[in-house]
Design a protein. Structure first.
Length: 208
């Protein structure tokens, strides 16, 4: 019976995906908290940090557990992973450039409120090439949802509302929290995929 080899790089790839979702999901939650202009600051901050830390620990555990896996890959596997990492860097770098350009345009045109929804559109769009690159279908859903919620904010919600003594920045709050939930949910899904790879590797070694 042929043994399926799960390379260490495959599990570590999912682990780093979890780490990215933990970090950037928490950043988006911070944007949502800022949009509330002080309302519920402390308990929302604690909750978002707690979720981020739990996901962070999950990603670290995946990396630690991957150490027992072999570095052995099928023919051409090492080259493919190097190409994937190269293209990931290009996509991630292009995303950063587009966000920086959007920030400058929004600030110089005095439309800073637009920046957060536009940034969510850019982040959502960058998930599509990543989904194709890493063959992770959940990224298509994540990208679509990020784009959808940013469009909903832009075309259906007011920029800000007054609630008691607080002037809520609706666009920032809605897009910030919805993006955080999407990224955290994506992180959990990727984390589950990583554990499935570890289980397959464990079962394969037992059969061998």
């Amino acid at each position: 019976m042929s043994q399926t080899i799960i390379p260490r790089a495959a599990v570590r790839g999912t682990a780093f995906g979890v780490l990215f979702m933990a970090f950037f999901g928490t950043l988006w939650a911070g944007i949502g908290i800022r949009g509330l202009q002080g309302w519920g600051f402390l308990w929302l901050l604690i909750l978002s940090l707690l979720i981020g830390v739990i996901l962070l620990i999950g990603g670290i555990v995946l990396i630690m557990n991957s150490k027992r896996l072999s570095n052995e890959m099928m023919e051409g596997g090492s080259h493919r992973w190097k190409r994937k990492n190269m293209w990931f860097g290009i996509i991630f770098g292009l995303e950063g450039v587009l966000i920086a350009v959007a920030s400058v345009i929004c600030e110089t045109t005095n439309h800073l409120d637009l920046f957060v929804p536009v940034m969510a559109l850019i982040v959502g769009a960058h998930f599509f090439p990543l989904a194709h690159l890493f063959q992770v279908k959940i990224y298509y859903i994540s990208g679509s949802l990020l784009c959808l919620f940013s469009v909903i904010a832009l075309f259906t919600l007011p920029v800000r509302v007054t609630w008691g003594n607080y002037q809520i920045m609706v666009w920032w709050t809605f897009v910030g929290f919805s993006s955080a939930l999407i990224l955290w949910g994506t992180g959990v899904t990727v984390w589950i995929s990583g554990h499935r790879l570890l289980n397959r590797a464990g079962n394969g070694s037992k059969e061998a």
